[in-house]
Design a protein around this ligand. Structure first.
Ligand code: THU
Ligand code: ZN
Length: 295
């Protein structure tokens, strides 16, 4: 049961809260809203599309894991399929600030994990920072995407990021969320490493060719995959462990439930995910066993 999310219902207008409650309490709720459910919420509340997305932001923000700032950022993205995906910021004690996940990155990765190939719009409760604007400029949909903030007119990402630098400056045409397979195969029997390899196959690493993926196993045996999301400006790249942690958090698992991890990466690229992955796992729980495969 999504207790923190149910608690956030009290922050919503009463009519919306009562229409949303059965959706969140359903056993198959996965932190997304289908186009049909969204239509139902629109007709029940008589809100406009924008009003409804803004009204849902406290639900997104309730997923935040913020032991450092206690600052709850929520984001909702709508994929090309019309489904809405929640996302929230995540901070990590005893780790570097660079490990922080922004709400926009969380919602976008959430949509990517579940198979979206583009983002139509992003709704956020605070203005997206420069780092997120750059991160979003990597997307297949960067030129048409709408950003919606409370008390603001909808604007395109390019209006929020004039004279932008992006993949095309480095000659890259396939953006983040392109549906491709990197064709990696590993000879490794562990189920977790095979899951990490599956993630590496979906990773976006056109600059370093460090196709990499992480898989986390929870104490109850469920496996969460995370793909590496590289950025043309290099620094805003989102490591594969972060995407796996987003996957876990949006599935309502606590990070204290990680039992085991696997990282699969290319042995031939000029960079490596190993040191960063080890450092953050160590900060989360020094007892987590990491399997490492460099193919
Ligand atoms: N934060 C976001 O999630 N998105 C933004 O673009 C602004 C900042 C988060 C990061 C950190 O967890 C907290 O807000 C304070 O900066
Ligand atoms: Zn940001």
């Amino acid at each position: 049961m999504y207790a923190r999310v149910i608690k956030a219902l009290s922050l919503l207008p009463a009519e919306l809260a009562s229409a949303l409650e059965p959706i969140i309490e359903a056993s198959d709720f996965d932190s997304t809203i289908s186009p049909e459910q969204f239509e139902f919420l629109l007709s029940t509340t008589q809100m406009t599309d924008t009003e409804l997305r803004l009204a849902l932001l406290p639900i997104a923000a309730s997923y935040a894991v913020v032991p450092i700032s206690n600052f709850y950022v929520g984001a909702i993205v709508r994929g090309t399929s019309g489904r809405l995906y929640f996302g929230a910021n995540m901070e990590f004690e005893n780790a570097s600030m660079a490990c922080t996940i922004h709400a926009e990155q969380s919602a976008i990765s959430h949509a990517w994990i579940k198979g979206e190939v583009g983002i139509k719009d992003v709704t956020i409760n605070y203005s997206p920072c420069g780092h997120c604007r750059q991160f979003m400029n990597e997307l297949t949909s960067a030129n048409d995407m709408i950003i919606q903030l409370p008390q603001r007119e909808p604007m395109t990402l390019q209006q929020y990021l004039p004279d932008s630098f992006g993949p095309l400056d480095l000659g890259i045409k396939d953006g983040l969320l392109s549906d491709f397979d990197n064709g990696i195969c590993i000879e490794e029997s562990s189920e977790l490493a095979i899951s990490a390899c599956k993630a590496a196959n979906r990773s976006h690493a056109p600059y370093s060719k460090n196709f990499s993926g992480v898989a986390l196993k929870a104490q109850d045996g469920r496996i969460f995959e995370g793909m590496y999301a590289e950025n043309a400006a290099f620094n805003p790249s989102l490591p594969p462990l972060q995407v796996a942690l987003i996957n876990m958090n949006m599935s309502n698992y606590s990070l204290a439930e990680i039992a085991e991890a696997a990282l699969v990466e290319s042995a031939e690229s000029k960079i490596s995910q190993l040191a960063r992955t080890q450092a953050l796992l160590e900060a989360l729980n020094p007892d987590i066993q990491l399997t490492y495969v460099a193919y």
